[in-house]
Design a binder for this molecule. Sequence first.
Ligand SMILES: [Zn+2]
Length: 81
Amino acid sequence: MVVRMRRNRSQTAKRRSHHAISGVRVSTCSCGALRQPHHACPSCGKYRGRVVIDVVARAKRADNRTARKTKNLEASGKMKT
Ligand SMILES: [Zn+2]
């Protein structure tokens, strides 16, 4: 018995010919860094001319996080120093 509505390889390939992922669109921020449209700038934290992300505080938090992680690793003796 043959499945009447079966899609063959050619039909599948034709459907998938439109599935390619295009590259990420970027625009230039007022600070000069590249940023995605409709996203806050990762380097200055601005969106539509207004600061929405405290970049300095975020960097400080990340530093603290990595310091804590390395400290914990050294304490557990899993990291060779
Ligand atoms: Zn910026």
